[in-house]
Design a protein around this ligand. Sequence first.
Ligand SMILES: [Zn+2]
Length: 99
Amino acid sequence: MNGQTIPFDLSPTILYYPMDMITHSGKGDPTAGQKQCKICNTSVNLLIRCTYDKSGQWGMVCGKCWNDVSGGVVDGDDKHPYYRYGGLWKNRRAQQQQT
Ligand SMILES: [Zn+2]
């Protein structure tokens, strides 16, 4: 018997800010949120994270360059010993493209 009472008002008030509310600059710009390919410097909505040279450094490359460095195989092949797949990056703010 320690006489202490358990406080029931501990629930923290956490505000979840949607990311869009923080980074909505450049709205309407079709290149908003795009990232540059590490190899050809083209800004695109989809990049592949991978290693592609003997430095072993991770980089984000566009689909075109990815084909070059990986041989078009997600897990790489014998001809691309430095290539390692690390995931996809997608621009969540990409505008709908009319094709
Ligand atoms: Zn590229």
